[in-house]
Design a protein around this ligand. Structure first.
Ligand SMILES: Nc1ncnc2c1ncn2[C@@H]1O[C@H](COP(=O)(O)OP(=O)(O)O)[C@@H](O)[C@H]1O
Ligand SMILES: [Mg+2]
Length: 380
């Protein structure tokens, strides 16, 4: 068991790394971060920050000198680095589950082989694969690059072979996956912590709305039947067990008229779990610290219904700082800004969480604040 005072390492220095570092520091740990970005949000708070590429052998040496255990905040950490580290220290999650989650085709094949429901899909390696794939998957469908895609980037809807060929060309003919576009009723996510002994604690099922492929709002408890909630939790737990997973895992779902389909997994805390910072007894980053250190899992109980809204770079219209008073004047709303230097459209800059007497009330508060922040007339 690693107790406070120990050094914990985090690979990646974005907002998830920052929230991990802040939580670990609060609990009395010291944190070393490793990220190539000189303006990394996590690096600013770390006890020690290594600004270097992940293939820098000197950085690896320094990281090993500091860290007693390592975790990731970003699923695209090169697998060989995770393997090299696991010869020196505890690495949670381990290289095997992370490498599955890095690759959309491997991920879907794993889920399918283990009997979990996934949307129909086909692997696309060469342009000639598209015709048969489209017959199998049907239209409309989504062509997604196999690796490195996030926040809806590297994916596009296609309705014909021509579309698909053009999209594949535009992606530079890199390996892709073609997936059926699912007419879902809702999107849900389940975040859980699983420890070495295989014990699991599940956060409440979250209901998510995306805009242009990027998460916009999350509300808890999800407005679904108990049966659906139980099923989603059961699937997520079974996935974690089949992966022999240790750490915090997020599973994204589509809820359709016919039932649940697994969309994807993230081997780390998740944007749709940021409500846990303000609305749960244990937040997802504390659970990450606890699984990493071999501490007992924290109680993930929801203390209050809540909704979260993401603050994107678009809020800085014309380069002007958003009017934070619109959020801060509300005594029941919690603002989290990640401290990113540059606000670009499509970039996650922060989020806020509203606690209310029920999920509907929390979500409608979040939507009305979002419309004000984005100067929107619609609040969908
Ligand atoms: N097969 C699909 N059918 C319908 N919508 C999809 C599908 N795949 C992705 N989407 C939409 O795009 C969003 C982002 O896609 P996702 O596969 O989760 O990639 P990432 O989150 O890594 O960008 C999803 O949350 C969903 O709203
Ligand atoms: Mg996703």
């Amino acid at each position: 068991m690693l107790l406070p005072g120990s050094w914990l390492g985090v690979l990646g220095g974005g907002q998830l790394g920052k929230m991990f570092a802040l939580t670990a520091l609060t609990m009395g740990y010291r944190v070393v971060t490793w990220d190539p970005d000189p303006t990394s949000p996590a690096g600013e708070f770390a006890s020690h920050h290594i600004q270097a590429g992940f293939h820098d052998p000197n950085a690896l040496k320094i990281f090993c000198k500091y860290a007693r255990a390592a975790t990731t905040e970003f699923e695209n950490i090169p697998e060989d680095i995770l393997r090299a580290l696991s010869g020196n220290m505890t690495v949670i999650p381990g290289p095997d589950p992370v490498s599955i989650c890095q690759d959309r085709v491997r991920e879907k094949k794993f889920l399918e082989k283990e009997g979990f429901p996934v949307p129909p899909f086909s692997e696309i390696l060469v342009i000639e694969d598209l015709e048969v794939a489209l017959k199998h998957v049907g239209t409309p469908s989504l062509l997604k690059i196999n690796r490195w895609g996030y926040d809806g980037k590297g994916q596009t809807t296609v309705v014909s072979l021509n579309d698909a060929m053009k999209a594949f060309e535009d992606f530079g003919r890199v390996p892709c996956i073609l997936e059926q576009k699912i007419p879902f009723v809702k999107e849900l996510s389940v975040i859980l912590g699983r420890n070495r002994k295989g014990e699991i604690r599940v956060f409440p099922v979250a209901e998510n709305v995306h805009r242009n492929g990027v998460l916009e709002t999350t509300v808890v408890p999800a407005r679904i039947s108990d049966m659906v909630a139980q099923k989603a939790c059961q699937i997520a737990q079974e996935i974690a067990s089949r992966l022999h997973y240790q750490g915090v895992l997020a599973v994204e779902f589509f809820l359709t008229e016919e039932g649940l389909l697994v969309n994807e997994m993230a081997p780390r805390p998740h944007n749709s779990g940021h409500f846990t910072l303000d609305a749960c007894l244990t937040n997802q980053f504390e659970q990450q610290v606890r699984t990493l250190c071999g501490l007992p899992l924290g109680d993930p109980r929801l203390v209050s219904p809540a909704a979260m809204g993401n603050i994107m770079g678009e809020c800085w219209s014309g380069g002007e700082e958003p009017d934070w008073e619109k959020i801060l004047r509300n005594p029941d709303v919690k603002l989290h800004l990640y401290g990113k230097v540059e606000a670009r459209p499509g970039r996650k800059m922060g989020h806020f969480t509203c606690l209310a007497e029920d999920a509907d009330a929390a979500l409608s508060r979040v939507r009305s604040i979002l419309s004000e922040l984005y100067h929107r007339t619609d609040s969908a």
